[in-house]
Ligand binder design. Sequence first.
Ligand code: SF4
Ligand code: SF4
Length: 77
Amino acid sequence: MPMTLNRVSVPVIVDEEKCIAEKGCTVCVDVCPLDLLAINLLNGKAYMKYDECWYCMPCEADCPTGAVHVSIPYLLR
Ligand code: SF4
Ligand code: SF4
């Protein structure tokens, strides 16, 4: 899977102001069926580690703070 470390934009963006992963939340990481999300150990926030999104949306729907935004490509809407 392509890593996203040097990507400027990925389909799943986490608002680091809202993310509470440093307090133990891993909901988005746990619900992603493809294991695309991870916690960045440097800043304690969730991020998209692998850019292979299915746009199935539970990461956005289940985040308790509304920190996850999935940008669905125009052709899939
Ligand atoms: S579910 Fe939301 S608050 Fe929890 S780790 Fe993911 S982005 Fe952060
Ligand atoms: S939309 Fe689905 S596949 Fe994409 S990151 Fe969220 S849970 Fe994973």
